[in-house]
Design a protein around this ligand. Structure first.
Ligand SMILES: *Cc1c(COP(=O)(O)O)cnc(C)c1O
Length: 370
């Protein structure tokens, strides 16, 4: 089955095979693998050894986002959150649930955020100490210019947290060039093309050092995790998803072989192009104009035909070997297709053919937006 969802993604057989063995997390071979893996992740994020560190935490992206927020954002901080879509909403809930104050800056869902609007919001309110950015907003498919937005926040003396969960591994991340960024958070199973089950945070060591006792949690305390790693490199505090991490190491090797994030981004962009063209040929209407459509996930307006039914469409595609999400998270009804994972433009063309066949089978004649 070909997964065309924005995580977990289709993976290569070698990645899955690595997880099909038993590992003892406290074994010296495993410890060495983790120590090396953290070094690879740090380099991938442009982190500077000593100034930054890569931390691996059990659990998916939300766990690492919460851990970063608990550890790196003081309770009296005021976070300006760019409200770019549903993943920004999730960050807001996550931060509020742990007692952090979030002020939302609404961003329209049909264009990337403009650094000038961030400047205006920060200039108008001195009390805003932090800025939270979603790099690739997985609900809309828009990619926001995190390097430019972070630099703007930094020029006004603000600290920055980046949710790069659907970006890291493909979109450029260079935390070494962005000293105002305290942490970049990601997961193993999106653009890194590993399996789900663990998360990656690349953070500033000075900020981690300064965060003793702040998290209000032991399991989600990145300060504690950092201290533990200094003292016992490659050893986890609690049982890790060991197979997932060995698989991630294999996935990072494949990323290097492909030519790194730049080459991966080019493949995802080619995937998107094949999909965007194909969807239009079927008479369907893309949710976003091509000029602002990001390369990670694409939303397509649900057809206006009364025969349209998302679950039936998903089932019909599944019978043809492609799995897509059976929900939408846009304002108007849509369906979404992921362009990430171990898939190529040929896979996207096959998926478009399957969509055409499914729509014909369902007798969806009117394909204009509902
Ligand atoms: C996938 C995703 C997350 C985290 O999702 P998990 O299911 O917790 O891994 C967070 N932010 C963005 C932008 C995402 O795409």
């Amino acid at each position: 089955m070909r997964l065309l969802i924005p995580g977990p993604v289709t993976t290569q057989a070698a990645v899955r095979a690595a997880a099909a063995l038993d590992y003892a997390p406290w074994d010296n071979d495993f410890r060495n693998l983790i120590a090396r893996l953290r070094g690879r992740l740090l380099a991938l994020a442009g982190g500077r050894p000593g100034e930054h560190t890569a931390l691996i935490l059990q659990g998916c992206g939300h766990f690492a986002l919460e851990a970063a927020c608990r550890t790196l954002v003081p309770p009296d901080a005021r976070i300006l959150l760019l409200k770019t879509g549903q993943y920004a909403d999730r960050f807001e809930r996550l931060a509020q649930e742990i007692g952090r104050t979030v002020i939302g800056l609404p961003i329209p869902d049909d264009r990337p955020a403009d650094p000038a609007e961030l400047h205006a919001a920060l200039a108008a309110d001195e009390t805003l100490s932090h800025v939270a950015l979603i790099y690739s907003e997985t609900s809309t498919g828009l990619v926001h210019d995190v390097p430019a937005l972070a630099a703007m926040a930094g020029s006004l003396g603000r600290r920055v947290l980046v949710d790069a969960v659907s970006a890291f591994g493909a979109l450029p991340v260079d935390i070494g060039a962005l000293p105002m960024v305290d942490a970049v958070v990601s997961t193993t199973n999106k653009c890194l093309e590993g399996l789900p089950g663990a998360s990656v945070t690349v953070a500033r060591t000075d900020r981690l050092e300064a965060a003793a006792g702040r998290a209000g949690s032991w399991s989600l305390d990145l300060h504690d995790l950092y201290r533990h790693q200094l003292h016992a490199p490659g050893v986890f505090r609690f049982t890790p998803a060991a197979g997932v991490l060995v698989a991630l190491d294999v996935a990072l090797g494949l990323l290097e072989e492909e030519g790194g994030p730049r080459a991966r981004l080019a493949r995802y962009a080619a995937n998107l192009n094949a999909l965007y063209d194909g969807v239009q040929r079927l008479g369907l209407r893309p949710y976003l104009p091509r000029a602002v459509q990001g390369p990670i996930v694409m939303n397509v307006h649900a057809p206006g035909d009364p025969a349209w039914d998302l679950q039936l469409f998903v089932d019909a595609l599944k019978r043809r070997g492609t799995l897509i999400s059976n929900f939408h998270n846009t304002l108007r009804p849509s369906f979404r297709i992921g362009c990430i994972g171990a898939v190529t433009p040929d896979d996207m063309r096959d998926a478009v053919d399957a969509m055409g066949a499914a729509l014909t089978e369902m007798r969806v004649a009117n394909r204009e937006a509902a």
